[in-house]
Design a binder for this molecule. Structure first.
Ligand code: FAD
Length: 463
């Protein structure tokens, strides 16, 4: 893009952002901070101005914060036209127009797509519609769930023990409610951190009074005559009597509105280059459509150019800033989104943090503390490199490991570390489930193909 063109764009261009949440707002603020003077339109299907989601499964469920007071802080005036409560329903890439569900159309010179993900609903619609069955993604979901928790259900059933499901279970126990958690894998958090660390989480659930059922799936939800949920049937033929069910089966990417547009968008998100420019369906990079946040799928040089889909707060912010900068910069000044994934969670009084991509790591070492004490750092390795670190109540070390990941530091970790125990001397398998099996709640999805990936095993068919 030549400099004259960029100058004109910065002075009088039209930028449209679809998705008015964390990534959308951050991009808008960045555009204005970088002196974009043209027109800015934010389109959001929720009726609310951007709000923060992490408190929804933590402070809000405990009654320590109200779902209605989770607005994201504003760092500056963005002088934007807001189109809230109306979804974008289509995209015409040739005419450079976004269609809205109310029939309106908005033209753009640059478009940012930040439509995020939504909660995966319970697959059987009639059962999903029973009174007392919830998902948790939006402010309205959290407010409704909170109201039902206030009514003190006899037993809460959480389906899926990823991070979100585990946080809900933790909040329920803190409120003194009986909770059953049903998880398909052998332990909670397995998709995100593997079986070794997942086993620690299982201990936390059980010691805090959760009735944790692993290696099972919920096969049906049953309602009473009034249409209220009353029981759940499990694959081991057991029945759990429950009057409140939280379905926590991961998420679906909000890309359906782009069907037929010619953009490379689908169930795995919207593929983009390292500079956040979206690909079209032929795999050719566009120069006027950018993507950021949970809906994006982008290659990361730190992780073998795997395309990463990250459902992480910090990624949404960093990627939105990069996308916004690149939207109004000449090619020579564009930056790659080179981000070390980072994630946090709080459950059962334990602070959990993760940097890097644990699910790429086939081995781990406990470099500090101990699994038994539930206070440790687990460092994950892949092909001789440190690829991730997860801490339980030991977060202060993670910045160090983030830098180790960035510099491609060798694995196994042989240097001495503070509070290293004999159990941390040797690497062990990190025990991730077969990636082809569904697991609940991974917050990083590896969607690319790396020729160096040796985890694919050819199993000949039996005759
Ligand atoms: C309960 C909960 C707890 C979480 N806890 C943590 C945590 O502890 N740590 C952490 O790192 N991350 C956490 N996250 C994840 C974090 O909140 C997300 O990574 C972040 O919200 C992503 O921001 P985003 O703007 O990309 O997407 P979203 O926040 O999903 O926003 C996308 C917006 O686009 C809207 N939209 C969708 N389709 C359309 C359309 N066609 N037209 C117009 N608008 C549309 C959506 O309704 C939504 O408002 C949590 C998420 C949830 C739900």
């Amino acid at each position: 893009m030549d400099t004259d063109h960029v100058d004109r764009l910065r002075r009088e261009g039209r930028i449209v952002i679809v998705g008015a949440s964390l990534a959308g707002l951050t991009a808008a603020e960045t555009l204005r901070a970088e002196d974009f003077e043209g027109s800015l339109t934010l389109i959001g299907d929720e009726q609310y101005e951007p709000y923060d989601r992490p408190p929804l499964s933590k402070a809000v469920l405990l009654g320590k914060a109200s779902a209605n007071h989770t607005e994201l802080p504003r760092t500056r005036d963005i002088d934007a036209k807001w189109r809230l409560g109306v979804p974008a329903s289509g995209l015409d890439m040739t005419a450079k127009r976004v269609r809205l569900a109310d029939g309106d159309e908005v033209e753009y010179d640059r478009l940012l797509i930040a439509t995020g993900v939504r909660a995966r609903p319970w697959p059987k619609q009639a059962e999903a519609e029973l009174d007392g069955v919830f998902v948790l993604r939006t402010r309205d979901d959290a407010a409704a769930l909170y109201r039902h928790l206030e009514a003190r259900p006899r037993r809460v059933l959480v389906i899926g023990a990823g991070f979100a499901g585990s946080e809900v279970a933790s909040a329920c126990r803190e409120r003194g409610l009986e909770v059953t958690v049903a998880e398909r894998a052998g332990a909670p958090l397995v998709g995100a951190v593997g079986g070794v660390v997942g086993a620690v989480s299982a201990g936390m659930h059980r010691d805090n009074g959760v009735d944790l059922r692993t290696g099972v799936t919920v096969t049906a939800l049953e309602g009473d005559a009034a249409g209220r949920v009353r029981a759940a049937h499990l694959s081991d033929e057991s029945v759990v009597e429950t009057d409140l069910v939280v379905v926590s089966l991961g998420s679906l990417r909000n890309t359906e509105w782009l069907t037929g547009s010619g953009l490379g968008a689908g169930p795995r998100g919207i593929a983009c280059d390292a500079g956040c420019r979206a690909f079209d369906i032929s795999g050719i990079v566009t120069d006027d459509i950018f993507v950021a946040g949970d809906v994006a799928r982008s290659p990361n040089a730190l992780f073998g150019y795997q395309f990463l889909s990250l459902e992480h707060w910090g990624n949404a912010v960093a990627q939105a800033r990069t996308a916004a900068h690149n939207m109004i910069s000449p090619s020579s000044e564009r930056r790659p989104h080179l981000y070390v994934p980072a994630f946090w969670s709080a459950q059962f009084g334990v602070n959990i943090k993760s940097v890097g991509v644990p699910s790429m790591g086939d081995q781990l070492m406990i470099t500090q503390g101990s699994l038994a004490e539930r206070r440790f750092v687990a460092v994950y390795g892949y092909q001789g490199r440190i690829i991730a670190a997860v801490s339980f109540d030991n977060a202060r070390w993670l910045e160090f490991y983030a830098r180790e990941i960035e510099r491609g530091a060798p694995f196994p970790v042989e240097y001495p570390t503070v509070d290293r125990r004999p159990e941390g001397a040797q690497p062990m398998p990190s025990d991730f489930p077969d990636p082809s099996l569904p697991t609940h709640g991974p917050t990083v999805t590896l969607t690319g193909y790396s020729p160096a990936d040796r985890r694919m095993v050819f199993t000949p068919a039996r005759h």
